[in-house]
Ligand binder design. Structure first.
Ligand code: ADP
Ligand code: MG
Length: 381
């Protein structure tokens, strides 16, 4: 079990941007393309203007550029996005580090396409799992490795198992060791990519989706694929460590604003919950970035279920990738601008990465002393 490169180094959050292709509906609305990739890291967003003369005159000041760690436009393939954002987290997860990948952006911007994708264009979930299984297979045979997965949604601050929605709302608990657990969640373990894709596609259809004025169906929930990799040495005395790496892949709820979707009543309440968790997420990211990682203890993860669940994967023990999504269309200018501003704020997070190690020798010592006590009792009989 070798340490991955970057051990003990400050880790920077990777923030990516993906501008999806313009679609037929947008073209029919008469939309123009206002979001462009400038180079591998920079995008430009033009403020659309009703008056064409005005556009010519004011184009320079109306164009705002945003820098990212990596930028993709309509020419990027699913493989390109995966390789530049998530592929290099795998080695770390196998070595016992936690990691999170978020898809962020308004409804319709391409989050689910990036994370789940289609059978012919699989997204990050499947590509990551395939490479994870390959890496484990290639690893030292003295290492015993188990991988299990859960697929859940957080909707209105309630947790549902997307693989077994009939189980109702599930509790989030912190166990004695401070580990976050979801009571009763389905855990599946298979390395069959086809089977995983089927499970996730079916699970994705169970997500809470509601019509709003802005979109026919908008995802009001965060969908989370949680992958746990547990490794221990089969060879006695070589290593007494058990490594646990957790990877969260999160398809966040649409970030559109309540005012724009003309939400009322129930929709408004959902909006408030979504904003609450996104705000909590933003606050955590901001607090971590402002304190340069040292202030992680001041970060209030308890503000939402999402940040509570991701606590270990956002704080000191983690690597994080945020993939921001926008539409290129002029009709979505406000949403795209808000999304870019949020992503811009998230950029400077720095956290100290530390590996999860369970101390097996401690447990063995405990058992040895229990066994000795029992022996004494037997002797006394
Ligand atoms: P979101 O999950 O953000 O609401 P979706 O991923 O469902 O958005 O994308 C909306 C539509 O646009 C879907 O039909 C999806 O297939 C398509 N789409 C999104 N991104 C891309 C892309 N990069 N290339 C091709 N089609 C895309
Ligand atoms: Mg979606």
């Amino acid at each position: 079990m070798k340490d991955p490169p970057g051990e003990s180094k400050d880790h920077q959050l990777t923030v990516a941007i993906r501008i999806r292709p313009i679609n037929d509906a947008e073209i029919e609305e008469g939309a123009s393309i206002i979001a462009h990739k400038v180079d591998d890291q920079m995008v430009v967003l033009m403020d659309p203007c009703e008056d064409p003369d005005d556009v010519l005159r004011a184009n320079r000041s109306r164009a705002k550029t945003y820098m990212f760690d990596v930028a993709f436009d309509f020419t990027a393939t699913q493989e390109d996005v995966y390789v530049a954002t998530t592929k290099n987290l795998i080695e770390g997860v196998i070595s016992g580090y936690n990691a999170t990948v978020f898809a962020y952006g308004p409804t319709g911007a391409g989050k689910t396409y990036t994370m789940l994708g289609h059978d012919s264009e699989p997204g990050i979930y499947i590509r990551t799992l395939n490479d994870l299984f390959k890496a484990i297979e290639a690893a030292n045979e003295d290492i015993n490795c188990t991988v299990y997965m859960s697929y859940l949604e957080i909707y209105n601050e309630m947790i549902r198992d997307l693989l077994n929605p009939a189980s109702g709302y599930l509790d989030l608990r912190e166990d004695a060791k401070g580990e976050i657990r979801i009571t009763g969640i389905t855990e599946f373990s298979t390395s069959n990519a086809k089977e995983i894709m089927q499970l996730l596609t079916k699970g994705n259809k169970q997500r809470t989706q509601e019509p709003t004025a802005a979109n026919q169906t908008s995802s009001r929930s965060h969908a989370i694929l949680q992958v746990t990799v547990k490794q221990k040495s089969r060879v006695k005395d070589i290593s007494e460590e058990v490594r646990v790496g957790k990877l969260f892949m999160v398809d966040l709820a649409g970030t559109e604003r309540a005012s724009q979707t003309q939400n009322r009543g129930k929709r408004m309440k959902e909006g408030a919950h979504i904003n609450r968790s996104l705000l909590a997420l933003a606050n955590c990211i901001n607090a971590l970035s402002e304190k340069g990682g040292k202030g992680a203890q001041f970060v209030n993860y308890r503000d939402s279920k999402l940040t509570r669940l991701l606590k270990d994967a956002l704080g000191g023990n983690s690597r994080t990738v945020m993939i921001t999504h926008i539409s290129p269309a002029s009709t979505n200018f406000e949403e795209s601008r808000n999304t870019l501003i949020y992503a811009d704020k998230a950029k400077n997070i720095k956290t100290k990465v530390k590996r999860n190690l369970l101390n097996v020798s401690y447990h063995i010592a405990q058992y040895t002393s229990i066994i000795a006590d029992l022996r004494q009792e037997i002797d006394r009989l």
